[in-house]
Design a binder for this molecule. Structure first.
Ligand SMILES: [Zn+2]
Ligand SMILES: [Zn+2]
Length: 278
């Protein structure tokens, strides 16, 4: 079954996310469990969490993934920011578990002045501090690689995971198409996409790609800029998406859209992706 959804709001209660997903035509989804640009984590009570879990099953809209707040930086050389990042991630992971959501994703962070090696070591050791419940997998999202941001290449992501005490038992990768393209991975032909997947298999391993973010890119190949565009209307274009979403290694994985919300919205993008699906 093709699992395709969008990042939806939890405004009005977390169960409203499931209803919004249904309204856009999605059958899986992504949410924040706090302010995306703040440190506050929502604490749903047992009743609210139960209502969400029941609605997910009743409507068969799953799996879900929680996206962390953008403020988290596990790569930082600043102790205080690192500590706050670990505490906030732990709080978000605990809420994810309470909601019965199997995936949690975050951006690995920027090393600022510390250098790539120390940044990766910081990420791995701070990941090791997390208590990850058995029903959850924590996914590192690949990045565009702007500035000193880490996680631009699959080999960096595999280093972070393999250096952490959790390894692939508790960790994995969430692959974002906009970030991948702007980081310098071209998948505009079958041969090029196969080469990217070979690189993934040789580093993190295809089976450890647990979730996909479908976004076109406003900026060009290898631009290192993270700006999402509607599917097919950006620099990636229809043909690359057709190849990506239908590829044998990817087509069974859950996919969510993080495309802009303007006059088009998620329903338009979901219809578009379904048209490209064969
Ligand atoms: Zn993200
Ligand atoms: Zn993303």
């Amino acid at each position: 079954m093709f699992r395709l959804g969008a990042h939806v709001s939890v405004g009005g209660g977390i169960h409203r996310a499931v209803e919004r997903e249904e309204e856009t035509g999605g059958n899986c989804g992504q949410i924040f469990v706090g302010s995306p640009r703040g440190w506050k984590v929502n604490q749903p009570d047992m009743e609210e969490a139960k209502r969400f879990r029941e609605l997910v099953e009743e409507k068969d809209i799953k799996p879900w993934i929680v996206h962390s707040t953008y403020l988290i930086n596990l790569a930082t050389p600043k102790e205080e920011l690192g500590r706050k990042s670990v505490e906030t991630m732990q709080a978000e992971i605990n809420v994810t578990s309470k909601l019965g959501i199997p995936y949690y994703t975050f951006h690995p962070g920027a090393h600022t002045s510390a250098g790539v090696e120390e940044g990766i070591e910081n990420i791995a050791s701070r990941l090791s501090e997390l208590d990850i419940p058995d029903n959850i997998r924590v996914l590192l999202e690949n990045t565009s690689g702007k500035g000193t941001t880490l996680g631009k290449t699959f080999s960096e992501l595999s280093d972070m995971i393999e250096l952490s005490d959790h390894g692939y038992d508790k960790l994995g990768v969430c692959l974002d198409t906009c970030h991948m393209y702007s980081a310098g991975y071209d998948f505009s032909s079958q041969a090029k996409l196969d080469m990217v997947l070979d690189e993934i298999e040789d580093t993190v391993g295809n089976e450890n790609l647990r979730f996909l973010h479908l976004n076109d890119s406003k900026y060009g190949y290898a631009s290192e800029k993270d700006a999402h565009e509607h599917i097919g209307l950006g620099k990636i274009g229809d043909e690359a998406f057709r190849l990506f979403i239908n590829h044998g290694e990817l087509r069974k994985k859950p996919m969510v859209l993080e495309t802009p919300v303007d006059d088009r919205g998620f329903a338009w993008n979901i219809r578009k992706v379904k048209e490209l699906r064969s």
